[in-house]
Ligand binder design. Structure first.
Ligand code: ISL
Ligand code: CA
Length: 544
């Protein structure tokens, strides 16, 4: 199935607004800062921006705890700034995806305040209250239940104590959400990224989760709700009532679903989601985000190969390594930094030539890496503190700190490195979180250097646009069982491209096919007999 769609052709860029660009010196990124950098995104060749939440929020989880869905967070600006952002994006031919966080709201949302004030009133049943907790745990550590004194009941919160899970069983909840979505679509936004959307349907009676699975995953209860009984119904309803009338695009954040469930969620004729994010490739099997280990790219090869084969004829893959919830990929694969730029280019080659839609996370295009935080005081993320406490109790302070260092989401949330100026040009004030290695890694220097990682991303994005085979063409992976070698063809009626990658940091023998034709891009100057460390090249072997 190769029906054309703008979102299959587009290159997306995720903006984490708090850390992108500060326009007024308060140390916090904002909408005017982003508006000022749209030229940067155009130059890179970006087609669509996914903007992490900008709604009014007390920021317990940096905006993923929404207090008012129809208001802009005061630190980020006002609604006029948002309107200008949207029209400026459109004027430049780019689209905008908002982040839709509807599994939960802030405990400061009016619905929750009403639910607590008047349990018998209209909002009394908007959240999930119980007399006694079950054994589900929160993603940020501890029980998933918070005692609400006024109601003498517990409220479910899969995330922080201030992010209370909505009760999707209640039809008024669903209608209010639809209504709010339509309100944004009327403004002209082009679509949404749906936060933990596969968690919205909880099974009747909220049965305890398996302790065995809990131990394995680090979270108890997830198997009960990660693909709840009414998930598909709710998604269809929301699509029919809100997205479809506006032709809006949706990509679901769907942790843990696996290929078969992803198909159910995204197959075109089922009319649920357009696309989804699978996270299975972000850690090697047997490891969690908070383990200190070196990520083996062969796992990415097998993950993506399997998806290409089993999934992509019916559905469109999303291609990404990074977002605001994960450490930087370069750091995971090769922490010592010696091959940083070469490796960054290898990642770029795969992301822009495999079959699917690429999502680049801010800073990835200049090869930003994890920050060497020195103490817990330097972190800001609610999850990092929650997990630190959890680990400390069993493993001691030192080990707990090292695990947070490896897995903290703050690794991806340090300010965008624009230039060598103080704070990397991100702010004229004091940044809300420490900055990274701006001397060796910043956008300004890289934009002026045709061999930089930034220029490589720009070139590859434009190559992707010039060669429809990279978007709609078939993919054929060769050397499937050869460790460290990732080779594949992309072809359509008029052209064939060949991509050859060395996934290891050692030089290795080429196993064939020997590339021929014209080399369009590579992270090494001249072609060579052996494959050098992390070597990655794109060839065109047949053209009309
Ligand atoms: O399942 C997980 C544990 O590793 C996580 O992937 C989790 O589901 C995921 O982090 C959810 O993320 C999204 O929702 C959170 C928010 O904190 C994240 O920033 C957001 O991307 C709650 O809204
Ligand atoms: Ca600001």
């Amino acid at each position: 199935n190769n029906t054309r769609a703008w979102w299959k052709e587009a290159v997306f860029y995720q903006v984490y607004p708090r850390s992108f660009m500060d326009s007024n010196g308060d140390g916090v990124g904002d909408l005017r800062g982003l508006i000022g950098r749209l030229g940067y995104l155009s130059e890179l060749g970006i087609d669509a921006v996914w903007l992490s939440p900008v709604y009014d929020s007390p920021n317990d989880d940096n905006g993923y705890d929404i207090r008012d869905y129809r208001k802009i967070m005061s630190e980020f600006g006002i609604m006029e700034d948002f309107d200008e952002l949207l029209s400026e994006l459109h004027r430049r031919g780019m689209r905008l995806l908002m982040d839709l966080v509807v599994n939960h709201t802030s405990d400061e949302h009016e619905w929750f305040r009403e639910a607590v004030r008047d349990p018998e009133g209209n909002y009394g049943d908007y959240y999930i209250f119980r007399d006694r907790p079950n054994n589900w745990t929160s993603y940020f550590g501890g029980s998933a239940w918070r005692y609400i004194e006024e109601r003498k009941e517990y409220a479910l919160h899969l995330f922080s104590e201030k992010q209370i899970d909505l009760n999707w069983e209640n039809v008024s909840v669903r209608e209010d959400i639809s209504d709010m979505v339509r309100w944004w679509l009327k403004k002209g936004v082009d679509g949404f990224r749906l936060d933990v959307i596969n968690y919205i349907s909880k099974p009747k009676g909220l049965p305890d989760g398996s302790e065995i699975i809990g131990k394995l995953m680090g979270y108890t209860g997830v198997e009960k709700y990660f693909f709840g009984p009414k998930l598909n119904d709710y998604l269809r309803e929301l699509r029919r009532d809100a997205f479809e009338p506006y032709g809006a695009f949706t990509v679901g954040e769907t942790p843990g679903v696996g290929i078969e469930m992803m198909k159910l969620l995204t197959a075109e004729r089922r009319k649920e989601l357009d696309m989804a994010f699978s996270f299975d490739h972000l850690e090697n099997p047997g490891h969690s985000r908070f383990d200190e280990y070196r990520y083996d790219l062969n796992c990415y090869k097998s993950f993506i190969t399997e998806y290409m084969e089993k999934y992509s004829p019916y559905c469109q893959m999303s291609l990404f390594y990074e977002n605001h919830d994960n450490p930087r990929m370069i750091s995971k694969v090769d922490g010592d930094g010696k091959l940083r730029w070469i490796l960054g280019k290898l990642l770029a080659v795969m992301q822009l030539t495999l079959k699917g839609t690429p999502f680049i996370f801010q800073g990835q295009e200049i090869g930003m890496v994890n920050k060497g935080f020195r103490s817990m005081e330097e972190f800001r993320d609610v999850e990092s503190f929650g997990k630190f406490e959890e680990f400390r109790k069993v493993q001691g302070e030192e080990k707990a700190f090292r695990r947070i260092l490896a897995g903290s989401r703050d690794n991806a949330r340090i300010p965008m490195q624009w230039s060598k100026e103080p704070n990397g040009g991100f702010t004229e004030g004091i940044p809300w979180i420490g900055t990274g290695d701006i001397e060796v890694c910043n956008a300004e220097d890289q934009m002026g250097d045709k061999d930089s990682l930034w220029s490589f991303y720009r070139d590859l994005i434009s190559i992707r646009k010039d060669h429809p085979a990279l978007v709609y063409g078939d993919i054929e992976v060769t050397n499937k069982d050869k460790k460290d070698i990732f080779t594949y063809f992309r072809k359509d009626d008029s052209e064939t491209l060949f991509i050859e990658c060395n996934l290891s940091r050692e030089a290795i023998r080429r196993v064939g096919p020997v590339p021929s034709g014209r080399r369009l891009a590579s992270n090494y100057d001249e072609s060579n007999e052996d494959l050098r460390p992390y070597e990655a090249s794109v060839w065109i072997t047949r053209e009309e």
